[in-house]
Write a new protein. Structure first.
Length: 496
């Protein structure tokens, strides 16, 4: 009888321990999936809800700084040495939850060249005006041109249009800023601005906005003719009248309509949606710096997340209770249980934050090592094929952990701010047996189209044959898919 009671009590204790462990694992999973801004809110809420959790002065361990890539993470790894059992259970919890649906679609583990794979295109995640100023920094402008450019950027409306006349801007610069710049000189600066992303920015009318995009995205003469000569009919959607006037078939007219729908009449507004999200939710989780000597370092952005500690007062109260634990009253025992529960949750939260930090460090370090050529020069053609499984194997973490780290996380580099998913890409094996990324394949495809004879554009079948000749044996439908993703129309619409 006594043995039976003992076994029952032991079973209950083990079950309770497993449940507590599971709760800790789930907390770690949730924190890893959070962006830095979400983590800030979570920490604030936890500090508010749990009086046993307090902020402390940052530890003098270098903060989030990471040694140059190639060196280890001895300090971080040492903190996790005693958590092998917890780590194993944590990985199991991740497997049970499964990968995020979005990541399982966007970052697939397969690499078949004929599989449908849509590589996401990401916009900038900085503010609307900051994005344009970043692009301005890449131009070789005089001091006067730079000032004028900033003035033009500040004059854009929410849709990205310049509604103010250049004559008025010229007068304002002269009167209020003592800058003498003619309308012709302003026109030159405006044309530079109109070369920035998103395409169509800085246009003075809808027609100009669409024409800028057509010139940037394709060499389609029919589409340009439509917007240039038949703009009034286009605005009124008189498609039959346009088709007859242009002397084209119904099929070609349908293709033109399809291409027109891909143009963005409000580039600033579309960017504004992304900016709205970025200002509220998107802060770079990683700050990556490439030095001139090729050294790559990165920092985990802690933003406003404070260092945390367990309240010394709560620990002191628990110690006092335990000194005379055998003689505690029922009320005192309940108080002790309350304090122990709060301290346990506080310590668990601190451990989960540390686990998150360690996992993010380990994952980002592996990504940079894998994509080192890209981080050295910022050329997307240098992005090597890399999928979730690759980083999972490199780090020893579960693939669903890598999925969560890579989802909704952003990295600021010398070349811009990108989601971590930007660095992942499926790959092809060339005829020479070399593996290359889909981005490089797309660049090669675009080069073929740019060099084609304009009055005899290549069909998708012909492009597939040419791609095979240069070592990229991709299918015709893959050519069509990549062509559409790059905004390049079908052959008959490229004919001049």
């Amino acid at each position: 009888m006594r043995n039976s009671q003992h076994l029952e009590q032991t079973a209950k204790q083990e079950l309770k321990q497993r449940q507590r462990l599971s709760q800790q694992q789930m907390l770690q999973v949730r924190l890893i999936g959070m962006s830095i801004t979400e983590l800030e809110e979570k920490v604030k809420a936890e500090l508010y809800d749990n009086p046993a959790l307090e902020t402390s002065e940052p530890a003098d361990d270098g903060g989030g700084d990471v040694d140059p890539i190639g060196d280890g993470f001895d300090g971080l790894e040492a903190r996790e040495d005693n958590n092998d059992d917890r780590e194993e259970g944590y990985e199991q919890a991740l497997e049970e939850i499964g990968m995020d649906e979005e990541m399982s679609i966007g970052l697939r583990s397969g690499r078949s060249q004929d599989e449908d794979y849509s590589e996401p295109v990401y916009g900038n995640v900085t503010s609307f005006h900051d994005s344009l100023k970043e692009q301005m920094g890449e131009e070789n402008l005089s001091e006067a041109q730079r000032y004028a450019m900033e003035y033009l950027i500040g004059s854009l409306d929410n849709d990205g249009y310049l509604r103010k006349s250049l004559e008025d801007i010229s007068d304002e610069l002269a009167i209020y800023h003592n800058i003498d710049m003619s309308v012709g000189e302003l026109e030159e600066v405006l044309h530079i601005l109109q070369s920035f992303d998103p395409p169509g920015i800085g246009a003075r009318s809808l027609q100009e906005c669409l024409l800028i995009q057509i010139d940037r995205k394709s060499s389609d003469s029919l589409l340009r003719t439509l917007i240039t000569k038949y703009f009034d009919e286009f605005i009124k959607k008189h498609w039959d009248k346009i088709r007859v006037s242009m002397g084209i078939s119904e099929g070609t007219m349908e293709d033109l309509q399809r291409e027109v729908r891909r143009l963005n009449p409000k580039p600033g507004a579309a960017m504004g949606e992304a900016v709205g999200r970025s200002l509220q939710q998107i802060t770079p989780d990683f700050l990556i710096h490439t030095a001139e000597d090729g050294t790559i370092t990165f920092t985990l952005n802690e933003a406003d997340v404070p260092e945390l500690k367990v309240s010394p007062d709560y620990l002191e109260v628990i110690d006092e209770y335990k000194k005379d634990k055998a003689n505690l009253t029922r009320s005192e025992k309940e108080s002790l249980a309350f304090y122990e529960d709060k301290v346990g949750k506080a310590q668990g939260f601190i451990d989960a934050i540390r686990q998150r930090r360690h996992t993010l460090y380990t994952t980002m370090k592996a990504i940079i090592e894998w994509q080192r050529p890209y981080f050295l020069d910022g050329d997307e053609a240098d992005l090597k094929p890399m999928i979730l499984k690759d980083i999972a194997e490199k780090t020893g973490l579960d693939i669903s952990t890598i999925s969560r780290v890579s989802n909704e996380k952003y990295a600021r580099t010398n070349w811009g701010t990108f989601p971590l998913r930007h660095f992942f890409s499926d790959g092809y094996v060339t005829e020479d047996g070399e593996e290359t990324s889909t981005r490089k394949v797309k660049l090669s495809l675009k080069e073929l189209i740019d060099k084609e004879v304009k009055n005899k554009p290549l069909s998708d079948d012909a492009l597939a044959a040419e791609m095979k000749k240069i070592g990229f044996p991709i299918a015709r439908r893959t050519v069509a898919k990549y062509r559409e993703q790059m905004g390049i129309p079908v052959a008959r619409l490229r004919r001049k």
